[in-house]
Design a binder for this molecule. Structure first.
Ligand code: NOJ
Length: 737
C-alpha cells in the first residue's frame, strides 16, 4: 500500500516517546480518570472501557492538548449489541445469532450495533470472535459462531460488513476487530488462554479460513490471542503475526494485543524475564497496539534508545494505527456522531426481535406436542425453572449493564421479555392460565445470597463443606413447590441451563452436565406425568441426554437477548415456525468432547465403551413445524455449483437451511469426514418446491499439505446436500476432479 503523505508527515514529527504512546491502549476502568488524562496529554493511541463524559474529555485532551494533536480512539466490547450500555439494544449472543445461519440478518445486527456504538461516540468494537468452539467446556464458547470454520467465516464477514459499512468515515461505521488470532479456542483441555498443541499446518487447515475471509472483507483491526502455539505465545509469534497475517494474508489494518499480554510474556508464559525484552519481542512479532500493559511505554522507549530495537518497528506500527485513524476521519471528527436518539430505538428492537425469532432451534417434538394452542386443549401451563424469568441468564456474556466499573452488575433496563413474560402474554390471548415456580437455582449460592438474606450462615458453610448433599436438602422445598405448581397443569414449560457465572473468561467448565439441582428438578417433575417442554437457556451445549429423554419437546434458545423470551414463547404457541439450526454439536456426556462433526476418521469408529459414538444433537440440526424433502441433486463441475430441489411437504410455511458438505474421498493427508462448504436459506410456503443453487468456493476442494501449501489434489469428492450434517439427512453425488 502507498504511504499516505499526511501520515508520513506526522510520523516524521513524532518523538520516540510519542510513538510509544501511540502504540498504547490504556484501560480507563483500571487506572481511573486522573491517570487517563495524563496519558491523553502524552498522545496515547487508544483508550478502552470508558463511556460518556469521561470519554469526551479524553477525546478533547488528545486532539487539542497533546503536542501533535493526534486524535485518540476508543474501543469497547460491543459483541452482541452495544451491550455494556444499559439502554442499548441487546441481540442474541454470537453463538445464538449463529443459529440463524442468516448472513443478511447478522449483517443487520452488525450495522445496528455499530450505529449505537457510534452514537455513543465510540469508533471501535472488539468483535467478532472468529475462533472455533470445538470443545464446549471452553468458557468462551458462547462468544463464537460455533464449531465450524465455514459458518464462522461467512457470518464473520457479514458482521464485519455490518460494523464497518461502506466507508469507515461514515457516521455509523465502527472498526471491527477479528479476534483472537489464532487458534485460541484450541487451548489444551479447553482451559482459556492455555497452550495449543497444534501445528501450523493444522492452523492453516482449520483455523485460518475465517480470519482469511475477515482480511479479504477489509476488517480494519485484528486482536492477538492470549494463548500460545506449541510453546510460542501468540504475542511473541512472529511467524503467525508477521508471516501469516501480515505478509501472507495481506492484512493492512492494525493489530492490537489482548489484555496485558505483554506482561503475560513475563509473569504467566515466562518467555521473557523483563519488560524491555517483552516489549521488544511484542513489537518485533508484529503487534501494533499494546492493550493495558502500561509498562510497555518506558520499556520500549528504552529499547529504542539503547539500540536494542530499531525505531522502524515503531514507525511501522504507528503507520498502521494512524492510517486507520485517517480512514475514520478522526482529524475532522474525533468522536463518532452516530444517529442521535438511535440507542435502543424501536427500529433496532425490531431487529433484536427478528434475530431472537430466527435463532430458536427446535430439537425434539414428540407427537407434535408443539405448537400449543386451543386445539391442544391446554387450559393451564406451569412455567418452571431457574431461567424462565432471569434476564441475566437470557442476556448472556458481556452484558454487565453498567460501565466502567468491573464487577458491579445491575439489572438491565426495560424493555425486555423473559420466557415467563412471553408465555403469559400469549397465553392470555388463548385464555390459558399460567402458573410459575422457580424450581431450583443454577448457581445455588448466588440465589440464596440474593434472595434469602436470612438464610443462616451455617447453611452456607454446610454447602461449602459438602458440595453434594447440602444443596439437595436446601433446594428440596423449591423443587416440591414447583411440583405442586405443576401437578394439575396440562403442560410444563421448563427453562433450564446455565447463567453468566458459567460462561466467559475464567469460567471454563470441567463438567457439562446441568449444574445445581436441575436434573433432580426434572426427575421430580417427570413423576407428575405432565408433558414437559424443555427450553435450554444457556451459553453453550450441555450434556442433557436424560432431560431430552424425559421431555416431550426440547428447544435450544441459548442466550436470545432482550426478546429471547418472547421469541421462544412465540415458537411454543406456533406464532413463528422455528428455523434455527445448531452451529455446534451437543455431547451426550462431557467425556465425549470433542464431538464436533468434522473430525478425521479413526480406526475404531470413535466409540467409547460407555458412551455412544454420535452426539446428542449434531451440527446443523433443527426441526420445524413442517418437513422438507430433497430431490434432484446435481453438481456442475465447471461452475462449482450445486443445485437441489427442496419441497415443503408440510402444512405451514417455513424456512429451510440447505446445507452442502464435501467429503474428499482420498488425499495425501487426512481430511475430515465432511466439511461444510455452502448453505442457503430458502423460504417455502406449504406444499411449495424451489430449486436452490449454491456456488461453492474452490477452497472447499483443497487440502493443506505437510509443507503448509494449499492445493487441489485430483480424485473423487462426495458432495452431500441436505438438512443437517447427519448422513441420514444428506443426498449424495460424487464428482471427480
Ligand atoms: C480480553 C478478551 O480476551 C478480549 O476478547 C476483549 O476484547 C478484551 N479483553 C477487551 O476487553
Amino acid at each position: 500500500m502507498e504511504n499516505n503523505p499526511f501520515i508520513e508527515e506526522i510520523i516524521s514529527q513524532m518523538t520516540v516517546e510519542e510513538k510509544a504512546a501511540q502504540m498504547l491502549q490504556v484501560p480507563v476502568s483500571v487506572i481511573g480518570m486522573d491517570a487517563a488524562r495524563e496519558w491523553a496529554k502524552k498522545g496515547v493511541g487508544s483508550f478502552l472501557n470508558v463511556l460518556g463524559d469521561d470519554m469526551k474529555e479524553l477525546a478533547e485532551i488528545s486532539s487539542k492538548e497533546s503536542r501533535l494533536k493526534i486524535p485518540t480512539i476508543f474501543g469497547i466490547d460491543a459483541v452482541h449489541g452495544h451491550c455494556l450500555n444499559r439502554e442499548a439494544t441487546i441481540f442474541p449472543s454470537q453463538l445464538t445469532m449463529a443459529c440463524t445461519w442468516n448472513r443478511d440478518l447478522v449483517e443487520k445486527i452488525g450495522h445496528v450495533t455499530a450505529t449505537e456504538v457510534a452514537t455513543e461516540g465510540i469508533q471501535w468494537t472488539f468483535s467478532p470472535i472468529l475462533c472455533l468452539a470445538r470443545d464446549a467446556r471452553w468458557g468462551r464458547t458462547n462468544e463464537t459462531f460455533g464449531e465450524d470454520k465455514f459458518l464462522a467465516g461467512e457470518l464473520g464477514v457479514s458482521i464485519i460488513k455490518g460494523y464497518q459499512g461502506e466507508d469507515l468515515g461514515d457516521d455509523t461505521a465502527v472498526l471491527a476487530c477479528a479476534k483472537h488470532f489464532i487458534a485460541y479456542g484450541e487451548a489444551t483441555g479447553a482451559r482459556d488462554s492455555y497452550d495449543t498443541e497444534i501445528t501450523m499446518r493444522k492452523i492453516r487447515d482449520e483455523f485460518l479460513p475465517p480470519f482469511k475471509k475477515a482480511v479479504d472483507a477489509g476488517c480494519a483491526t485484528f486482536m492477538t490471542a492470549y494463548g500460545s502455539i506449541d510453546g510460542t505465545p501468540l504475542t511473541a509469534n512472529k511467524k503467525a503475526l508477521r508471516g501469516l497475517l501480515r505478509d501472507e494474508l495481506g492484512f493492512d489494518g492494525f493489530l492490537v494485543t489482548d489484555w496485558d499480554t505483554v506482561n503475560a510474556l513475563i509473569n504467566r508464559q515466562r518467555v521473557c524475564d523483563n519488560h524491555g525484552d517483552a516489549s521488544r519481542v511484542a513489537a518485533e512479532a508484529g503487534n501494533d497496539m499494546i492493550m493495558s500493559t502500561l509498562e510497555f511505554y518506558d520499556a520500549v522507549i528504552e529499547q529504542v534508545k539503547s539500540g536494542k530495537l530499531e525505531e522502524s518497528y515503531l514507525d511501522e506500527a504507528v503507520r498502521h494505527i494512524l492510517t486507520i485513524k485517517y480512514r475514520l476521519n478522526l482529524w475532522e471528527k474525533p468522536l463518532k456522531q452516530g444517529v442521535p436518539g438511535s440507542i435502543g430505538c424501536d427500529e433496532h428492537h425490531e431487529v433484536a426481535l427478528e434475530s431472537a425469532r430466527e435463532s430458536v432451534v427446535l430439537l425434539k417434538n414428540k407427537n407434535n406436542i408443539l405448537p400449543l394452542g386451543k386445539n391442544k386443549d391446554i387450559k393451564k401451563i406451569a412455567v418452571i425453572g431457574p431461567n424462565a424469568d432471569d434476564i441475566r441468564a437470557q442476556y448472556g456474556d458481556w452484558t454487565y449493564f453498567t460501565h466502567p466499573v468491573p464487577g458491579i452488575e445491575k439489572e438491565p433496563q426495560r424493555p425486555y421479555v423473559t420466557l415467563l413474560e412471553g408465555v403469559k402474554e400469549l397465553a392470555q390471548g388463548e385464555d390459558i392460565e399460567v402458573v410459575y415456580s422457580y424450581g431450583c437455582s443454577v448457581n445455588r449460592r448466588e440465589y440464596y445470597k440474593g434472595n434469602f438474606p436470612g438464610i443462616p450462615e451455617f447453611m452456607e458453610q454446610c454447602y461449602a463443606d459438602n458440595d453434594h448433599d447440602a444443596p439437595f436438602y436446601e433446594e428440596m422445598p423449591l423443587i416440591s413447590e414447583a411440583a405442586s405448581a405443576a401437578r394439575d397443569a396440562d403442560v410444563i414449560v421448563l427453562a433450564l441451563g446455565d447463567n453468566y457465572n458459567c460462561a466467559g473468561e475464567y469460567n471454563d467448565r470441567a463438567d457439562l452436565n446441568l449444574s445445581g439441582m436441575q436434573e433432580a428438578l426434572v426427575r421430580v417433575l417427570e413423576t407428575l406425568h405432565v408433558p414437559i417442554i424443555t427450553v435450554l437457556i444457556s451459553s453453550k451445549p450441555l450434556a442433557i441426554p436424560q432431560v431430552v429423554k424425559k421431555s416431550d419437546a426440547v428447544i435450544c434458545a441459548f442466550n436470545g437477548g432482550m426478546y429471547g423470551g418472547k421469541a421462544i414463547a412465540e415458537a411454543i404457541f406456533g406464532k413463528i415456525n422455528p428455523c434455527g439450526r445448531l452451529p455446534i454439536s451437543f455431547p451426550v456426556m462431557t467425556g465425549q468432547v470433542p464431538v464436533y462433526y468434522n473430525q478425521f476418521p479413526g480406526w475404531h469408529e470413535g466409540r467409547y465403551v460407555d458412551c455412544p459414538k454420535d452426539p446428542l444433537f449434531a451440527f446443523g440440526e433443527g426441526l420445524s413445524y413442517t418437513r422438507y424433502e430433497y430431490s434432484d441433486l446435481k453438481f456442475n463441475k465447471d461452475t462449482l455449483t450445486v443445485t437441489v430441489t427442496v419441497k415443503n411437504a408440510g402444512e405451514v410455511k417455513g424456512t429451510e437451511v440447505v446445507q452442502v458438505y464435501i467429503d474428499d474421498k482420498f488425499s495425501s493427508v487426512m481430511t475430515a469426514v465432511k466439511n461444510l462448504a455452502g448453505f442457503e436459506r430458502v423460504e417455502l410456503g406449504a406444499g411449495e418446491s424451489k430449486t436452490v443453487s449454491i456456488k461453492l468456493e474452490e477452497e472447499a476442494f483443497t487440502v493443506v499439505l505437510p509443507d503448509e501449501t494449499r492445493v487441489i489434489e485430483p480424485g473423487d469428492f462426495d458432495i452431500l446436500v441436505g438438512h443437517s450434517s447427519k448422513n441420514e439427512d444428506l443426498l449424495k453425488v460424487t464428482v471427480t476432479f
